[in-house]
Design a protein around this ligand. Structure first.
Ligand code: PLP
Length: 328
């Protein structure tokens, strides 16, 4: 297969571990549950953005850039991993974070600062509106800035998850286990789009179930439309055509609760359950919510008892220390 020149840098340690959750499986009495540990990518306490950033930082360097700009929420895992990746390559990192500076920096924000990121608070402009301005400003002082989109979710970033699907296929073959379903937190869509393209390209034959994390309107209208567009551009990068219609994309939006970053009983239950039965930490915003969704689906009998269901742990642990009061 012909592939365009896509420089990639190494930011983590792959493949990430994949193992069975025997005690959780027993406790829930449903399908066999496995977990893919992208919380252990090795970059700055881990997470799914590591895979995307390998391609995005590679692209930035290839373009001759020496500064990266990205944005997100104050507790963004994406921003924390971007700040660490930039540090590894001696690049300057600018983060545009929604809201105003909190009196105390903890969780991901504390780590952003340790990695030397320059932080710009954008108040009510929470969707990157201030990024073009900053880009021009940095250019005018002779920096060479490169914009990384929110969540690292464009066709370049999504390539990280096309690769991840191949990684999964090899692990699955070595273990002699076919995964019928893969369940994961889906937010800006790059993870989901990459997995869809990889699933097709490498004939993995897996049902992909994204659990929606936030209600926010996306540029494309709905999360399914956003993911559909991304699968198109990502697959054309790989020089094959893959059109996935929004109706064929599964994003379960019934677990949104009170919205992004608002911790409810469902998240508290899943975080405690995984901690107490498996010694595994989930995060309050993404993986705790996604696991709560999986638990609910199991309880509703949506899987067969001989299904092998893989939960893709996408990281997020540092924010536990920010949301401590909500977890008590
Ligand atoms: C960003 C993030 C996700 C969502 O990934 P997208 O590619 O934005 O959909 C899931 N889990 C964690 C912990 C994240 O930081």
């Amino acid at each position: 297969m012909q592939q365009k020149q896509l420089p990639k840098v190494n930011l983590g340690f792959f493949p990430t571990p994949l193992h069975q959750l025997k005690r959780l499986t027993e406790k829930l009495g449903g399908p066999n549950i496995y977990m893919k540990r992208d919380d252990l990518t090795g970059l700055a306490l881990g997470g799914n953005k590591t895979r995307k950033l390998e391609f995005l930082i590679g692209h930035a360097i290839k373009q001759g850039c020496n500064t990266v700009i990205t944005g997100g929420a104050a507790q963004s895992n994406h921003c924390r991993q971007t700040a660490a990746a930039a540090a590894m390559f001696g690049m300057e990192c600018h983060l545009v974070l929604g809201g105003s500076e909190p009196s105390e920096s903890d969780g991901n924000l504390l780590l952003d600062k340790l990695f030397g990121a320059k932080i710009h608070w954008s108040g009510d402009f929470r969707k990157g509106e201030k990024i073009p301005e900053l880009f021009m400003e940095l250019k005018s002082i002779d920096k060479k800035p490169y914009i990384i989109p929110y969540g690292g979710s464009n066709d370049i970033g999504a390539l990280g998850f096309v690769n991840a699907m191949l990684e999964l296929k090899v692990q699955s073959r070595n273990m002699g286990v076919h995964f019928s379903h893969v369940v994961f937190a889906s937010s800006s869509g790059g993870t989901h789009a990459g997995l869809i393209v990889g699933n097709d390209l490498f004939d993995c034959n897996v049902t992909l179930i994204g659990i929606g994390i936030d209600k926010e309107e996306l540029p494309a209208g709905s999360i399914e439309k956003q993911i559909s567009l991304l699968t198109g551009t990502t697959s054309s990068f790989m020089c094959f055509e893959k059109n996935v219609y929004p109706d064929d994309i599964i994003v379960r939006t019934e677990y949104l609760g009170e919205g992004y970053g608002v911790i409810g009983d469902a998240e508290r239950e899943s975080i405690k359950l995984l901690a107490e039965t498996e010694g595994i930490l989930l995060d309050p915003v993404y993986t705790g919510r996604a696991m709560a969704g999986l638990i609910d689906m199991i309880r509703k009998g949506e899987f067969n008892s001989n299904d092998n269901v893989l939960f893709w742990h996408t990281g997020g642990s540092p924010s536990i220390f920010h949301y401590g009061n909500d977890l008590k």
